[in-house]
Design a protein around this ligand. Sequence first.
Ligand SMILES: NC(=O)c1ccc[n+]([C@@H]2O[C@H](COP(=O)([O-])OP(=O)(O)OC[C@H]3O[C@@H](n4cnc5c(N)ncnc54)[C@H](O)[C@@H]3O)[C@@H](O)[C@H]2O)c1
Ligand SMILES: [Zn+2]
Length: 338
Amino acid sequence: MGDSALLIGDEVVLDLIESTVLEAFENAGITATSVTFNGEASTTEIERIADEATDHNTDIVVGAGGGKAIDTAKGVGDTLGIATVSMPTVASTDAPTSSLSVIYSEEGEFEEYRFYDSHPNLVLVDTELIAAAPTSFFVSGVGDALATWFEADAAYQATDGENFFGGRPTRGGHVLAKHCYETVRKHAHSAIRAVENDAVTESVEAVTEANTLLSGLGFENGGIAAAHSIHNGLTQLEATHGASHGEKVSIGTIAQLVLEGRSTAFIEEIVAFSREAGLPVTLAEIGLDDPSSDQLARVAEAACAEGETIYNEPFEIEPSAVADAIRTADAIGHTTSE
Ligand SMILES: NC(=O)c1ccc[n+]([C@@H]2O[C@H](COP(=O)([O-])OP(=O)(O)OC[C@H]3O[C@@H](n4cnc5c(N)ncnc54)[C@H](O)[C@@H]3O)[C@@H](O)[C@H]2O)c1
Ligand SMILES: [Zn+2]
């Protein structure tokens, strides 16, 4: 890929991996340096790091950490037209695999999806690091992965559903999304118990692959729908900023199932699975203790903004119906916890 690398990671991540990575580059005859990521995948941050990369004549950018550091690295790679490596140190999202970044304002509000011409050249995951990281990241990844099938299936069923490349969802994407779902349903609880004990088991391998790769391939080729739009809507409320991507997606998934009119038994099954995994199933658990109607209306309006993926659902979308689905999902989460 080249002979000069720039490693991007925040302070926590650099502490964990910087010396190993820089030494590995040195042993391979590649000059390498690192830059501290400031924590937000924003346009300003991408520009700042791209300038640093230019100063260092970088031809390989390595994003290490969670989704935001990796999304920033992908932005830098695209800006400069250089090789990009994703090195997730938590299995918290499917960002490592995809060819897009989710861009936020410096204040952390969702701004846009930025699409690139190519995917990361390499996705490198060490499950020993994944298992040693705080369990909540792994659980968040399960939340992100659990949504993949419901969203891909909605886009597949809709006559005008689109995948992330603006084409029809492919059968391949559809089946990978389903396999992602089956893998997390089968392995998540055992894998989470393992990660709680810093242990690497076959279930940890399976769920890491589901969270990182299957979910990524599934959503890009299969398309996403209401769950992620509701996640984007929720980011409008500052109170949710403490909750992770996967945690907000978890609420989005349950709300999507309500919006789709799924059976009580099925919704309760998914709520019970999510709860046992340690995912939030009520708004209070993502920081919204007592949301007003106005706040939920704002979330729903943002979830239904023009160009949102909620329009991949196979029926007409109304913001009021989305607000009602969120409110009902929250109530179901509360009843099943009592
Ligand atoms: N581009 C895509 O396709 C895509 C897909 C899903 C999500 N996303 C984006 O990803 C972001 C969410 O990512 P996230 O949930 O990973 O959070 P994050 O990137 O905001 O934070 C990750 C945190 O984990 C810490 N960390 C990383 N490795 C660690 C380790 N081994 N031990 C201890 N701490 C560690 C980091 O210091 C950081 O604080 C959102 O911006 C979301 O929109 C993008
Ligand atoms: Zn996601």
